[in-house]
Ligand binder design. Structure first.
Ligand code: ATP
Ligand code: MG
Length: 554
């Protein structure tokens, strides 16, 4: 991958360099550990690029491991979408996909080991009692009355938990650490709870499920992970991560390092909020092109390489950050500017009749597919007596700054001739119905001999040959930069985040591939949406052009 060149260093690379130099490790083994309870989003992409990217750069390996200890919230649809998204982003995991649930038997053994060592106990306190005894950030907690139950009794209770003899919530297994620890996560954290839930991998085999903090470190150790990278909210939990591994019989000892999560302006990246957007139908689904999910970005027209480039540019630090949406948009714009074939589409059409062009005649003009890349070739664009142009590209009168079509003035039709406006027809509301024009047949691919200059260049589509298309103009989903900070983030949804246009597009777009990036000249970057059918074309706007038209003639 070309973009791995010149990858900037970061504190994690420095740790790895040191570990390799000192011989603490002789290889790099990372993992990406999603919980299959939602689709991946751009924040996950940061973690994926980091974990898989490090493995790639150090000739190591990266596992894909589903952290699947919460059966009620998980779903096989999420398992599948996550694998698909990681592959699409361009990464290959080492060996088979792994699941924490693969390790349920070992995890259970390690829990028994902790009980046997007097380091875990079954607690029958109610949730409320447990909460009271836990204390607060300022006040230490107090020991549970079940903390000193004998090892034999605890082993018996835990066996009964496993056999389904205790109801959900009736009891749980807790580590015996320190109820006065300044770190809340060390105040006898829960290790196992009872859940009579069907699991997408293990079915009904288990009715006790291990907690994240117990599962994650052991799964890392079983897989021989050298550097276990996670986001900063797990900083305190590192104590628990190390405590579990120190107190069980296991060979490898991975180390956890934390980096800051990605926060992106004008969107939300909490799975809970994303699920709410989907279930309350504020968007059309997880892959709605306004969603910050990998599936949404892909449908919007983002390429995998543009997302990898974005993750490279934002870097990896321990600092809280809020990244501008413009940075993500710049990555796809730069990519498509180089790679996207050009085409003409009129999003807000008004009819032009070229009175001096013969009735019933048409011709094929040749248009380059890319202004700077001949290797993308050319295409034929039909031209005739009636064409559509953009309504905003015409004014009856305008000052000199307006570089488009005006009565009695000339513009060049992109890839075509000079065109001069003569007069207009309007309907009863005063809206222009037709613009009558004339063209100069001597100006195809050359300027007029008399030195006349065109005021500007506008795009167009033949009325006879053009295809009707639905164009979905997407904008930011929220009106405020940090919707997550609002009391009710739903109330800050941008009602104009989707505007649908009835457009006319050039016929070469009939069979374009879904998702392939295109530039509609002067209008932005677009791609065909999967909602398209043979009789109904749909295009999504990926991102606008750097708008060279801003303020012109205003
Ligand atoms: P949950 O609240 O469901 O745990 P999560 O966002 O932590 O949500 P996971 O599936 O547990 O989701 O995340 C998988 C990995 O991706 C974790 O290592 C997590 O730290 C990382 N990750 C999640 N969100 C971000 C983000 N915004 N920026 C960077 N990494 C992230
Ligand atoms: Mg998580």
């Amino acid at each position: 991958m070309a973009e791995t060149e010149n990858r900037p260093t970061n504190f994690i690379r420095q740790i790895i360099d040191k570990d390799l130099a000192s011989g603490a490790h002789n290889h790099v083994q990372t993992r990406f550990p999603p919980e299959p309870n939602g689709y991946l989003h751009i924040g996950h992409a940061k973690s994926i690029c980091l974990n898989f990217g490090l493995a790639e750069d150090y000739q190591g390996q990266c596992n894909l491991r589903f952290d699947d200890t919460n059966p009620e919230k998980e779903d096989i649809d999420y398992v599948n979408s996550i694998q698909n998204d990681v592959s699409w982003l361009g990464f290959k995991w080492h060996g088979d996909v792994r699941y924490s649930s693969n390790y349920f038997p070992q995890l259970h053994q390690y829990a028994v080991e902790l009980i046997t060592k007097g380091l875990a106990y079954v607690d029958f306190s109610t949730q409320e009692q447990m909460r009271e005894l836990r204390g607060t950030l300022k006040a230490p907690g107090n020991n549970s009355p079940y903390r000193d139950t004998t090892v034999a009794e605890n082993l018996d209770h835990f066996a009964k938990m496993k056999q389904g003899e205790y109801a959900e919530g009736h009891c749980c297994l807790r580590a015996k650490i320190d109820m006065a620890s300044p770190f809340m996560c060390m105040r006898d954290p829960v290790l196992y709870r009872v859940r009579f839930a069907h699991h997408h991998q293990t079915g009904d085999e288990w009715c006790i499920y291990p907690m994240y903090d117990f599962t994650h470190c052991i799964s890392d150790a079983i897989e021989g992970i050298t550097h276990s990278l996670c986001t900063l909210e797990f900083q305190d939990n590192r104590r628990l991560y190390d405590w579990v591994l120190e107190n069980i019989t296991i060979d490898t000892v991975p180390r956890q390092y934390e980096f800051s999560r990605l926060n992106l302006e004008y969107t939300v990246l909490s799975k809970r909020k994303l699920i709410q957007l989907v279930t309350e139908n504020h968007v059309s689904g997880w892959d709605d092109p306004r969603m910050p999910t990998v599936a949404g970005l892909r449908r919007r027209g983002y390429s995998a390489s543009s997302i990898r480039e974005f993750c490279k540019r934002i870097g990896v630090t321990k600092m809280d950050n809020m990244i501008e949406m413009g940075m993500l948009e710049a990555c796809i714009r730069e990519d498509l500017n180089v790679s996207a074939p050009r085409a003409m589409a009129v999003l807000d059409p008004v009819k032009v009749v070229i009175e001096n062009y013969p009735q019933g005649q048409s011709e094929m003009l040749i248009a380059p597919n890319h202004p700077n890349d001949d290797s993308l070739g050319t295409r034929e664009v039909p031209f005739g007596r009636e064409i559509y142009i953009e309504r905003e590209d015409f004014r009856e009168e305008a000052n000199k700054k307006y570089k488009r079509l005006v009565i009695d003035k000339e513009v060049r039709l992109r890839n075509g001739y000079f065109l001069k406006a003569l007069r207009v027809d309007k309907d009863e509301q005063g809206e222009i119905q037709t613009i009558y024009c004339q063209y100069d047949p001597e100006t195809l691919g050359k300027d007029p001999a008399d030195g006349r200059k065109a005021k500007g260049v506008i795009h167009w589509v033949s009325a006879e040959h053009g295809l009707a298309a639905e164009v979905r103009l997407y904008d930011r989903l929220f009106k405020v930069p940090n919707p997550a900070a609002e009391e009710d983030f739903i109330s800050t949804i941008n009602e104009e985040s989707l505007v649908i246009k009835k457009a006319i597009v050039e016929p070469s777009l009939a069979n374009i591939e879904v998702g392939k990036g295109l530039q509609f000249e002067r209008m932005g970057y677009f791609c065909k949406d999967l909602d398209s059918s043979d009789s109904h074309l749909v295009f999504n706007r990926t991102v606008g052009l750097r708008d060279t038209w801003a303020n012109s003639g205003q």
